[in-house]
Write a protein that binds this ligand. Structure first.
Ligand code: PLP
Length: 412
């Protein structure tokens, strides 16, 4: 896998056992990654970060200079993002927005609202029926995804019956509702159809969404200003060294825009921006053999890092051997070449990674789980079994260098 940076590795070894598990975020790596993503996107493609992937304020601050805005999907996220990165334009999406959430969004001066249903459009029309600048609306549609693309996606949200977006059959009525409301201004279309796609697949989605949006607005003799083509850029947990091909994606979007001088595109990735900067550091508490298989129980578990349990994958990890063993009895160690890493929860679902090649893994060794910067801590069921919460450490930017190793024999 992508090796942890020296700063991450040093800190994972330096923290005393009682301070583990801990989330380590490499802010310098995040900033550099976001800068590369931004640089790969052509002019007239705006980059928004989908805050639900990881709303940690230090991450939002680090991303802010590289992003045009933030996508929020609840009143809670809206308030949180406004406090963490004040003055950055928020776009408000998500199904089931309450009238109170919409009112606070209007007070906060949101940049765009992504309308999810005809009912929501009617609520919006009523709540904006007063003085003031019209609210920019993108109509979110549940557009068909071609079967080939749907098969390659980890999490399809479009093309099949779903609670997300407006059904294409209601498109004309949706347009009429917006154009008939003095407080609303139709800016274009939004479509976040699937997650976990590669660049060619997402480009084909983008082309079909733009084509569909053009037909819709042409039918109503309206200009098409913007298309938000969503997030969903793939993160490959099985091949963590691979990266979404932002260069090819940016190039393809540039071609799409070349013949459309009046159009602006927006992308709103979450996972592919922050997954790589986060690490869950822990130590092996015990190693045991059960019916010819080796199990290592680590401090913490899926109540902190739920990602492998929800996605049904093995979380990529790196073992950091620790030399010292001070107990007078033999050190528990794996006898085979492959070890299943589990957590402290009393449920068979608490598995972080199966069959990890870790010959001789011992109690006291440390483990760094990677790709833990998105949909990790913030989606986990923290209170289940009442174990202590992990620590949080931020490396880089103004965080200063990591302290040197304090664990005797660390790294040997
Ligand atoms: C979750 C979500 C995103 C981000 O998806 P990723 O797979 O994390 O890139 C973007 N837009 C909408 C509407 C979403 O629901």
């Amino acid at each position: 896998m992508t090796a942890p940076t020296a700063a991450v590795r040093d800190l994972a070894l330096a923290l005393p056992s009682r301070d583990l598990p801990a989330y380590l975020y490499d802010l310098d790596a995040l900033g550099a990654h976001a800068a590369r993503v931004r640089a790969a996107l052509p002019e007239r493609v705006e980059l928004y970060y989908a805050a639900k992937a990881n709303p940690e304020p230090r991450l939002l601050e680090t991303l802010s200079p590289h992003c045009d805005g933030f996508e929020v999907a609840s009143g809670g996220e809206l308030a949180h993002v406004a406090a963490a990165v004040p003055g950055r334009p928020p776009a408000f999406g998500g199904p089931g927005k309450t009238p109170d959430e919409i009112r606070s969004a209007l007070r906060a001066g949101i940049h765009r609202i992504h309308a999810e249903s005809l009912h929501e459009l009617r609520v919006l029309a009523r709540l904006t029926d007063g003085p003031g600048r019209p609210l920019g609306v993108l109509l979110r549609f549940n557009l068909p995804l071609d079967p080939e693309t749907a098969r390659g996606s980890a999490l399809a949200m479009g093309g099949t019956p779903s609670p997300f977006g407006i059904d294409p059959a209601d498109a004309d009525e949706a347009v009429r509702l917006v154009t008939g409301a003095p407080g609303l201004a139709l800016r274009g279309v939004h479509a976040h159809l699937a997650s976990g796609l590669d660049a060619p697949a997402l480009l084909s989605v983008a082309r079909s969404v733009v084509g569909w949006a053009e037909e819709l607005t042409a039918r109503h003799r309206l200009p098409l200003h913007e298309v938000n083509i969503g997030g969903g850029m793939g993160v490959d947990y099985a091949r963590p060294g691979d990266r979404f091909d932002w260069t090819a994606y940016g190039h393809g979007l540039g071609e799409l825009l070349a013949s459309r001088p009046g159009l602006r595109l927006r992308v709103e990735p979450g996972r592919a921006l922050t997954a790589y900067c986060g690490w869950y550091a822990t130590e092996v508490l015990d190693v045991k053999r059960s019916r010819d298989e080796d199990f290592a129980v680590v401090r913490g578990g899926t109540h902190h890092l739920r990602t492998p349990a929800t996605k049904g994958h093995d979380q990529p990890c790196t073992v950091l051997p620790v030399g010292t063993w001070t107990e007078p009895w033999p050190r528990p160690a794996a006898r085979s070449g492959r070890v299943t890493l589990t957590g402290q929860l009393c449920t068979p679902k608490d598995v972080l990674a199966r069959g990890v090649p870790a010959p001789g893994l011992r109690a006291g060794d440390r483990v760094l789980f990677g790709l833990a910067g998105a949909y990790a801590w913030n989606i986990s069921h923290h209170d289940f079994l009442m174990h202590p919460r992990p620590g949080f450490h931020f490396l880089g930017t103004d965080g200063g260098p990591a302290p040197g190793p304090t664990v005797p024999g660390a790294g040997t």
